[in-house]
Ligand binder design. Structure first.
Ligand code: PMP
Length: 404
């Protein structure tokens, strides 16, 4: 199928409102697609009611829309059943749910394996669990190009390991994790696997069946959908084995003054009123995304990222964080310019209408590994064009003239 970035841009209302903007901060959040926009409007104007509570027609319509969103999310992930989809408020909430529900089944001496590439949201909840349960954390280290160093995996994933929680792709280096040996090592140890899919979902449908993990977390806002909603996918058997995390309405079987029995998954993990309109919009966005020509779109973003890498490579004093080649990586490029603080570079770039992020990107252990405080990060989506990349490169040359 043919793909035109200019046509694709037409599906993103904010970009039409900011024709001069070069939006290159897609790893932080993707712009809202029209399908999600329209779904929110339709839902709020025609179906707004609480879910799981009403028997009148409006509430039944809200229920149906919410459950359809669950099926749409399941289809995007190639999940075996919609009941494997738990709506959360985002990746962070999904990981914290597992850190509590699964984490509280662990004991002192059990081990959780992470990597040094993790976003703080897949690190801090496990450090907090260590404080509660006395589990030990072990880390997969990083090679010089930012990829996970899997050479001594068998020494890191030991028989004491109960969970391996790793990112599908780094939000700093763009490196895609080689999950096959990681899942194999976890299985050999009898451990569960949680994959942080926050970055991956923006770049096409994911196949959780092929990944063979137990849990997969992502946020709606990275997938061109609203914020305030996300997904925890869990293999049916893995979810069924978990106790609830948050207690409240909607997650119960029967409540007496003394005791409560719990609903089956996914409801067991959706206490209280969920983000209904946001979930409906996420479902619509994922449905639309699923029908897009991803092969052509990935070729487009790879071409742009290569253009960016080539343009950066000739700038004096430039250092990359992450792989230089475009295989097994997302179009996310992090770098530093000698003598220029990332925040200062971002400010000059803003004057060029280029929106990029500078800082530690919630990945301080990764920054420590490379001995830097932070980096400038440009992250590309299919609506970006060569003009966006060229504006960034021009802006950086200007920053070097002004700031050095
Ligand atoms: N993991 C990764 C890899 C991320 O990039 C992000 C968002 N920057 C998160 C987790 C957290 O996502 P959220 O803030 O939407 O919960």
């Amino acid at each position: 199928m043919k793909f035109s970035a200019h046509e694709w841009r037409g599906h993103f209302p904010l970009l039409a409102n900011h024709p001069r903007l070069h939006y290159l901060d897609n790893a932080a959040t993707g712009q809202l697609c029209a399908a999600a926009f329209d779904a929110v409007t339709h839902h709020e104007l025609t179906q707004r009611a609480n879910v799981l509570r009403g028997t009148y027609k409006l509430a039944e319509a809200a229920d149906a829309a919410y459950e359809q969103a669950r099926r749409q999310a399941a289809a995007y992930l190639n999940a075996a059943s919609a009941d494997e989809v738990v709506f959360t408020s985002g990746t962070t909430a999904a990981i914290n749910l597992v850190a509590h529900a699964f984490g509280d089944t662990l004991q002192a001496g059990d081990e959780v394996v992470l990597s040094l590439a993790e976003h703080h949201s897949n690190l801090v909840p496990w450090q907090m669990l260590r404080g509660r349960r006395g589990v030990a954390l072990r880390f997969i280290r990083l090679a010089d190009d930012g990829r996970l160093d899997l050479a001594r995996l068998d020494e890191i994933v030991t028989p004491r390991c109960r969970l391996v929680a790793v990112t599908h792709a780094s939000n700093v280096t763009g490196a895609v994790s080689d999950l096959v040996p990681i899942v194999a090592a976890a299985r050999a140890a009898g451990a569960r696997v949680l994959v942080d899919g926050a970055q991956m979902v923006q770049h096409g449908p994911v196949d959780v069946a092929a990944l063979d993990a137990d849990f997969y977390a992502f946020s709606g806002h990275k997938a061109f959908a609203p914020n305030g909603v996300g997904v925890l996918w869990g293999r049916a058997e893995a979810l069924a084995a978990l106790p609830p995390f948050l207690g409240g309405g909607g997650m119960i079987g029967r409540v007496t003054a003394e005791e409560t029995t719990y609903a089956a998954p996914p409801r067991r993990f959706e206490a209280g009123t969920p983000p209904i309109a946001q979930a409906v919009a996420l479902g619509a966005a994922l449905d639309w995304l699923r029908a897009q020509p991803w092969e052509a779109m990935r070729a487009h973003t790879t071409h742009l990222a290569q253009r960016l890498l080539d343009g950066l490579a000739v700038l004096p004093g430039l250092t990359f964080l992450g792989p230089r080649e475009m295989t097994e990586r997302l179009p996310i490029v992090a770098f530093n310019l000698a003598g220029i603080h990332p925040h200062d570079a971002c400010q000059v770039l803003d004057a060029h209408h280029v929106a990029v992020r500078g800082g530690h990107h919630c990945a301080q252990p990764l920054m420590d590994r490379f001995g830097v405080e932070g980096a400038v990060r440009a992250s590309l989506a299919p609506y970006n064009t060569e003009a966006d990349v060229d504006a960034l490169l021009e802006g950086l040359k200007d920053a070097q003239r002004k700031l050095k």
